[in-house]
Design a protein around this ligand. Sequence first.
Ligand code: ARG
Ligand code: ZN
Length: 856
Amino acid sequence: TVIHRADYRVPDWLVPDIALDFALDPETTRVHATLSVTRNGAHDRPLRLDGDGLVPLEVLVDGRPLDPNEWTLDNDTLVIPLGGERHSVETRVALAPSANSKLMGLYASGGLLCTQCEAEGFRRITFFPDRPDILSRYTVRMEADKTAYPVLLSNGDPVASGEAADGRHWAQWNDPFPKPSYLFALVAGDLSCNADHFTTMSGRAVKLGIWVREADLPRTEHAMKALKDSMAWDERTYGREYDLDVFNIVAVDDFNFGAMENKGLNIFNSRYILADAETATDADYDAVEGVVAHEYFHNWSGNRVTCRDWFQLSLKEGLTVYRDQCFSADMGSPAVKRIEDVRALRAAQFPEDGGPLAHPVRPESYMEISNFYTATIYNKGAEVIRMMALLLGPDRYRKGTDLYFARHDGQAATCEDFVRAMEEGGGIDLTQFRRWYEQAGTPRIAVSVKHDPDSHSATVTLEQSLPPTPGQPTKQPMAIPLRTALFDRQSGEQTGEQTLLLTQDSQSFRFEGINSPPVLSINRGFSAPVIINAQRSQDELAFLSAHDDDPFARYEAMQQLMVNALVHGITTGTLDPKPVIAAIRNTATDPALDDAFIAEAVRLPSEAYLGDQMPVVDPDAIHEARDRLQRAIGEALEPLWRNLHRRSARPVFDLSPASKGARKLRNMALVYIVASGAEDGARVAFAQFEQANTMTERQAALAVLANGTSDEREAALDIFYNRYRDDALVLDKWFQTQALAFHPDTVPLVEQLAKHPDFTLNNPNRVRSLYGAFAANQWAFHQKGGRGYTILGDLIVALDPINPQTAARMIPPLGRWLRFDADRGALMQAQLRRILAQPGLSKDVTEQASKSLPTP
Ligand code: ARG
Ligand code: ZN
């Protein structure tokens, strides 16, 4: 069944209050729920309570037990006819958390009991109208064995606790803020707490707790710092203050995604909480900081103001991603953060927008909402907020968000509500801009520049087009803000940046006072999530790579220079590395640039990104050309790489931007030293591997070695495995590094790793580290013959009965058949058909696989 956005109706019954009573046990947990329900409007429809796999053991209305013929189960929905305006409705159910391998609802993970409810997991815990526009006040009582579950946590504030019979104990928590059911959470377990506190801007004292296994306590410092920084940042930047007396975070090992913003009780995948120098890379540290901030920021953008229905998901996710991106930019290097975010958008969202699963930021329909936690909702959604912030400017953007939070506090709102608050608070008309919420696909913009020496002016002409996407054969023009500047070739000066607002199919913009043919710098800072085709020469790009004063544009010029060289090399067979080498030398030796930026700028585009630049992806030709260019760069600049590698070694570990930058550059230099083919390459990498005092350097060295066929490769993999075999998060890196390797035997190696005793389908991190990485390894995954596709098809078939959400996330790589040659395309489609033919397939996988096949 397909759910349509247009079918939204206000709920028939509201639930202002709910009391939950849990008798917790991993084998059989009993849940007693008491709902106060009130009729919403004049109608005679029954009360319908969602359930998923639940059987009512007892149903009571106003204290009276109902006969089984006084209620019905309509599929999984409990239907109770009710007269009158308000009632107390009670249900009792029993659950088996340890048998819950879907990791939705109440489940067991590493000796803990924990919950995940977003989007529709609450209905796996108790019967309830499980939709985000029902806001209720929660009272939660939990009882459990005191030895196995000494800590009992839920949303809001702890109000009472005590001993119970048979070595059990109980605790009660109340959450004063009405909230949707997807924000409910509880955790029971033997946890230790990193306790700290924060005083809010109005003087409220908040107790902070990060709860983990005792042995992991030393690894929680970075997350705690990130939490306090986030709380202060949201006060400073958005005027948003925390609103409860406690804020708790729990780390769990088995989790379907990154983390969850449950009110006052965030639950995290442990990979986004735990970090220390021995086990976490700098990228891991950054991810911890970013995800902690993301979940904390949801307290306002998501919890205080939530979503009316799941079509509005980007209301909270796009806004919160934008907020966490800005936070991380403020905590570190804004230039590098922007480069990383754009790279992620291009790697995940652009392919989605260009494929069979393309959907608007506000979708029109879905079968399974879990499939819509996508790069489009999150990352493109964040770009849409970023464009509004640009169009309004900082002060008016802040007026808009103030109005949004004031007007909708305590409500379940829509994307339209947000845009209207931006319009009214910011004093701007966003009528056409709303198409960013409606139309899927990545706009393409063709750019030409004409210089007129007589009038000393230049005209920039922009033409936009938006390719058709499923259900949207034709499109209206979008409103696209493009930060643009022209550079004078002689002086290297720019003329003054303008934000060109492209609103028509084709439009020209005139720049005055331009004396000679200028060099165009456009979409600076990546001001719009579009594809620019500006046909600039390698000379012009080299000029921008040296002179552009916008760091993103400068990075982009380098990337384009490399893409041009590679695509030309692939299509004509002759690759000219010289302009690339010259630009890299210039960048890497520019004393005005910091190490982190240099490392980003000198890095070659990924094979997948190169594939996206070609009409038909040729994985082998791409791999071969990129390899050749990398070697040429390594050889030509070998002394430079050796020097940078030596120079950026750091004797002690710290997380300063300078040290992180140095490590990034050192790892990049190592890539080029090894790529040069120097006879001692593997030895240099192995030395870095052995002497590393951070996981950042150790993993990078391992990755470089894993690409080759040296003896050092096997030695390093063995050492790494034996050193970290008991640390799940680091062992994930061991699997991932091998699955990502450019090694001739990656495909059979992945097959072997799937049989490794440490591999399991029950842990989503492990599944992603092997198969997610493998599917992202274009050269290996798309190897001729389709063995990679079979490997992924086998996985999906095996994983679907265990964890359909995680299985469904593996479908998109098989849906990219249109981008490849007919042979590969047919093999990819064959896997999709085979998956769809499985009996008892989940809704999650059914939706993704069927949408990924050509429409008949
Ligand atoms: N709201 C969570 C976050 O963004 C993610 C929840 C994902 N839920 C899902 N069903 N995929 O932080
Ligand atoms: Zn989120």
